[in-house]
Design a protein around this ligand. Structure first.
Ligand code: ACM
Length: 271
């Protein structure tokens, strides 16, 4: 019951889409349609949501990657953010001079806010993208401190921990999930750090490389600092889901009156 909550409450959601590889205009139009009439403070979209995922090589990425914030995808997202009066965090292929990154853009009703470049590249992404080179950062969004990480970054607990230590209340997690453990593992990331996490995944298949067909598992979700799955999407359907969250939960780092998850860390003994 939201009326019982202390401020600040926030409405967060995800879009789970099924992009057609290489058809940016069609994929952008589809997401705009999915968001029509939907109201939240923040929507998270999947990794590479407008291009598709399975690039064959860096040259192919260079053909579809866009400058951030000047490119078509960032501009389209900013238009949607203005129209829906919301913030959007979405994954896209970014080009900067001769470098390409698996990036996320953060934009809102007043325009472009910032970007994140994936730091832990998965499998064949290493042949297609340059590794992220920007410091982990927390963005001010609708009263929340929001950290951004992309898909496989989940497998390195230092990523979520760093964002939490920087003050993140919520981690926005654009994804294209192919490793089965991620949705459950994100529960642990939230427990470890007492943060919310919005994982936005895609559905469908890509079979662009002989013998390397990929199936994306859906199950986009919002998890709270106590490890509860507030909403989880299907494995096969395009979906938008929204949930109201109480940010105060993420700001209380005490597990018991005697245990503070950051202050109890034994940095003197860790590697
Ligand atoms: C992944 O990082 N897209 C598996």
């Amino acid at each position: 019951n939201p009326s019982q909550w202390t401020e600040p409450a926030m409405r967060v959601g995800f879009v789970q889409n099924n992009p057609v590889f290489g058809n940016v205009q069609k994929n952008l139009a589809r997401v705009e349609k999915l968001l029509e009439g939907q109201s939240a403070d923040l929507f998270v979209l999947p990794e590479l949501f407008a291009t598709g995922y399975q690039f064959k090589n860096k040259k192919e990425v260079q053909g579809l990657a866009e400058q951030v914030p000047e490119g078509t995808t960032t501009n389209a997202l900013t238009s949607v953010a203005k129209k829906n009066n919301t913030f959007i965090i979405a994954g896209l292929a970014e080009i900067d001079k001769n470098h390409v990154y698996n990036s996320a853009v953060i934009t809102g009703p007043n325009g472009y806010i910032g970007k994140y470049r994936k730091i832990h590249l998965f499998d064949t992404e290493k042949a297609c993208f340059d590794p992220g080179n920007l410091p982990l950062k927390v963005f001010d969004i609708a009263g929340a401190k929001v950290g951004v990480m992309i898909c496989f970054d989940w497998r390195f607990p230092e990523t979520a921990r760093s964002l939490a230590l920087l003050g993140a209340d919520l981690i926005a997690h654009p994804s294209n999930l192919v490793l089965a453990h991620c949705p459950q593992a994100m529960i642990t990331r939230c427990l470890e750090n007492r943060v919310f996490a919005v994982t936005a995944d895609r559905v469908g298949k890509e079979d662009r490389i002989e013998g390397e067909a990929l199936k994306f598992m859906g199950k986009s979700q919002v998890v709270d600092p106590d490890g509860n799955i507030l909403v989880r999407a299907s494995e096969t359907e395009e979906e938008v889901q929204i949930v109201e969250i109480d940010l105060e939960k993420a700001r209380d780092k005490f597990l018991t009156p005697h245990n503070h998850i950051f202050e109890d860390r034994r940095e003197d003994l860790y590697c």
